[in-house]
Design a protein around this ligand. Structure first.
Ligand SMILES: Cc1ncc(COP(=O)(O)O)c(C=O)c1O
Length: 411
């Protein structure tokens, strides 16, 4: 019999992929499904970026492991200009998606992984694959499911034997759509500095923000201990291009050297034409901005519509501040059937009402908190850019999802 690495046995296939399979099978069987389970940006990749990719189809040579030098420069300048970060060109690492870079960083940085509950579905399995201990830190609805400084400090005080740990913060957040503010980050930064916590700041949705305030990041308050990750997948709607980036501070020279070693022994470099497409995205960012803002308006329109209707139906849900997600809690709501877990609730909605959502427990929430993550992007992005309101035909699955829930909650 084939013997596998034991670490794989503790990792189940991702809940996101599982529900996606369920939806695909149902659709193949001819059933119409409202798919609020999968968070892929529905908009076309900005045309200039597509053109750059085509123009560079002939670029077939390997590139440096950390990335095309011009792209490293463009990315560091982008973050200096729009985010006021201090990372230099040689702090920039280009990888095949930020997911892969996060995995490699978790491999390299010693210590347990601290995750606010809820957190994105892939962090915990990545740590498990690496046999890295995971510590879940509780959050609350009142704190908008963001990590509170008090909770982090408490964990540090209860675990004085831990000399170094890694904390992943994600803002705007998948699954909640919430964002950290400067004040909270400043307090978290002081604790991280004092207790030697390395922060991975997952900023993959940073450009998809609906708030008027300037974007708040740990990189502002704790630059020496913060690694920022991002990429083309969400803001530029180019998930399938598989280009992510990590910004690693000068103070982590050892980590940068080690990452270069892993890159050279694993993926070598990211696909060359895609790096040229990314160069267009970051070097000419200003010219893409009006289009990106138009996409964000649609993201906000659908998120606000779903959130306000949920609240009207008596479901607890914070308005989204960014990304393409909402995380309502269905706890305490009367339906004819009672549910013990969020999984039961989501399966019932998928199998009997043709509405797909992911259970909050897939994100580390207690199953009896009855949370579900809604992805607010089940529409044709190209048509949505021309739509004048939520009443437009392209948003039928957004409106229909609400009608399904209305009926379900009255059952
Ligand atoms: C919070 C979060 N981080 C990271 C990623 C991965 O993005 P990438 O396509 O850069 O690997 C995703 C994608 O769904 C995400 O939601």
């Amino acid at each position: 019999m084939l013997a596998l690495n034991q670490n794989i046995s503790v990792v189940k296939p991702s809940a996101t992929l599982a529900i996606n399979e369920g939806v695909k099978n149902a659709r193949q069987a001819g059933r119409h499904i409202v798919h609020w389970g999968f968070g892929q940006s529905p908009f076309p990749v900005p045309e200039g970026i597509q053109r750059a990719l085509i123009q560079h189809a002939g670029d077939k040579n390997y590139l440096p492991g950390a990335g095309l030098a011009a792209l490293q420069t463009a990315v560091s300048e982008h973050y200096q200009t729009y985010y006021q970060y201090a990372y230099q060109a040689d702090d920039v690492f280009i990888g095949p998606g930020s997911k892969e870079l996060i995995f490699q960083l978790l491999y390299l940085i010693d210590g347990p992984l601290l995750l606010p509950a809820p957190s994105w579905v892939s962090y915990e399995p990545q740590a498990k694959l690496l046999a890295k201990p995971v510590e879940w830190l509780e959050t609350s609805f009142e704190d908008r499911y963001l990590l509170s400084p008090k909770t982090l400090l408490q964990w540090c005080e209860q675990n004085p034997q831990v000399k170094q740990s890694v904390l992943i913060l994600n803002s705007p957040n998948n699954p909640t759509g919430q964002q950290y503010d400067q004040q909270t980050l400043k307090q978290l930064a002081a604790i991280c500095r004092q207790h030697n916590i390395i922060v991975i700041s997952d900023e993959i949705y940073a450009g998809v923000s609906f708030t008027k305030q300037a974007y708040a990041s740990m990189a502002h308050h704790y630059p020496e201990g913060t690694i920022v990750t991002s990429g083309l997948s969400k803001l530029f709607s180019a998930g399938g291009y598989r280009l992510g980036l990590a910004l690693i501070p000068q103070q982590m020279e050892q980590l940068k050297k080690a990452l270069l070693v892993i890159i050279s022994e694993t993926f070598s470099c990211v696909t060359a034409p895609v790096q040229y497409a990314a160069l267009e995205a970051y070097a000419n960012y200003q010219s893409h901005l009006p289009y990106l803002q138009q996409c964000n308006k649609v993201h906000q329109l659908t998120a606000d519509y779903i959130q306000s209707n949920l609240v009207e139906l008596g479901v607890k849900c914070h308005p989204a501040q960014g990304a393409f997600y909402l995380m309502p809690s269905f706890k305490g709501l009367q339906t004819q059937q009672s549910f013990q877990t969020d999984q039961q609730l989501c399966m019932k909605l998928l199998e009997h009402h043709q509405l797909a959502m992911l259970p909050g427990s897939a994100f580390g929430m207690p199953a009896d908190a009855m949370c579900a993550r809604i992805a607010t992007v089940d529409y044709d992005g190209q048509k949505a850019l021309l739509a004048s309101s939520i009443e437009d035909g392209c948003f039928s699955n957004i409106r229909q999802g609400i009608e399904i829930l209305r009926g379900f909650l009255k059952e």
